[in-house]
Write a protein that binds this ligand. Structure first.
Ligand code: NAD
Length: 359
């Protein structure tokens, strides 16, 4: 096992490049901040062109987790890890047990400052491999409880949509509002049901026609092709599929007044948030709107009851509204206002540290 400390100059608390050639493992663990609590953030399994690219991704994602957790009012800091998806030995399949157990050993060596869970490219089975080496992991499937965060995420997105609606239209009543949903997966399909119950008219799309069919059947939504959904005429667009969909190519074609959805990293570049603002499109920052998932994780991680978690998810309404109002006050884009507020909260915690704190 080899650990190279890359922390210096990153602005993070700890950044480690980890290698275990025996297991065919290369990974990065980045702890951005433990000011609010232990650093929490998933493990991503992804193909990177280089270790440098993997390090940059881990730095960006772990900073994002600090902001997301603190804006959700959680007593958690931010961290993230990535494992480089290399071909298996002699080009054969990857030995996931070896890989994730190696990752678990590196996490264990941090003594509990960082706790991980699922992310892009990983599953509960991978978390179970990690669990064989460390207890600092969540997201295992247990008999007692579904670890599925999607219903919580969907509910939080509804609350963010309501907050954006009241900010833009003076009322959070969604009846008669036309809402376009990109992606009818775990979150998108549940969101569609909730929005339908709230009286919204839906336009939906997915690359998987079966998923679209189910949502149409359950909600009476109108289906359009995946290439049409970003140009659909509606009051609001809820991106629930991919990251990076708000970019210089797509933003000019949007025919909505508001964007609020579940997808992570919706803005391809930070400037795309400014472009939305210039065009008068209100954007509810993704990490504020989709925090229901991480809040639901606190049931397992911090022993929160369903009621506690649910109360926090409902408050995504207040947080979103506060961000949108602050953006107006400061005359900046909402994504910048959210980062600004997150940094302010961190600063306040740094100057007045107290055990068991939460906002
Ligand atoms: P999912 O994989 O279940 O659903 C995504 C859906 O998007 C799939 O049905 C897929 O077919 C569809 N899709 C892919 N490309 C598309 C395209 N070009 N046009 C239309 N549809 C397309 O994932 P999910 O769990 O529902 O998560 C959705 C998004 O929300 C992701 O970006 C995820 O990172 C984010 N998110 C999810 C959670 C959660 O609790 N599941 C929490 C926070 C953030």
């Amino acid at each position: 096992m080899e650990m190279i400390d890359l922390t210096s100059g990153t602005g993070h608390e700890r950044v480690l490049l980890c290698r275990d050639p025996e297991a065919g493992y290369r990974g990065v663990i980045a702890i951005h901040s433990t000011v609010a609590g232990l650093a929490a953030g998933g493990t991503r399994f992804w193909s990177y062109a280089s270790e440098e690219e993997a390090v940059q991704d881990a730095l960006r994602l772990s900073r994002g987790m600090t902001y997301k957790n603190i804006m959700a009012g959680l007593p958690l800091g931010g961290g993230k890890s990535v494992i480089l998806r290399d071909p298996g030995r002699n080009g054969g399949p990857v030995d996931r047990e070896k890989l994730f157990r190696a990752h678990g050993r590196f996490i264990e060596s941090l003594g509990g400052r960082y706790v991980t869970g699922e992310d892009v490219g990983t599953s509960p089975a991978d978390m179970a491999f990690i669990r064989q080496e460390t207890r600092h992991v969540v997201g295992l499937v247990t008999a007692e409880r579904s670890g599925d965060p999607s219903p919580w995420t969907a509910r939080g997105v509804v609350r963010a949509i309501q907050a954006a609606a009241v900010h833009r239209w003076g009322s959070d009543d969604l009846s008669g509002r036309r809402i376009a949903i990109q992606g009818c997966g775990n979150v998108g399909s549940l969101l569609a049901r909730e929005l339908r119950e709230a009286g919204a008219e839906l336009v939906v799309a997915d690359v998987d026609p079966e998923k679209v069919r189910k949502v149409v059947e359950a909600t009476g939504a109108r289906a359009v092709g995946p290439e049409e959904i970003l140009e659909a005429e509606a009051d609001l667009l809820a991106p629930c599929a991919l990251g990076g969909i708000l970019n210089a190519q797509t933003i000019g074609d949007l025919r909505v007044e508001v964007v609020a959805g579940a997808a992570n990293n919706q803005l391809l570049e930070p400037e795309d948030g400014d472009l939305l603002r210039e065009l008068g499109i209100l954007y509810a920052p993704d990490y504020v709107a989709n925090a229901g998932g991480v809040i639901s994780g606190c049931r397992e991680l911090l022993g929160w009851s369903d009621e506690e978690a649910s109360g926090r998810v409902e408050r995504i309404y207040d947080t979103t509204l506060a961000v949108l109002r602050r953006a107006d006050q400061l005359r900046i884009s909402p994504h910048l206002a959210a980062d600004w507020m997150a940094k302010e909260r961190l600063k306040a915690l740094r100057t007045a540290p107290a055990p068991g704190r939460s906002s």
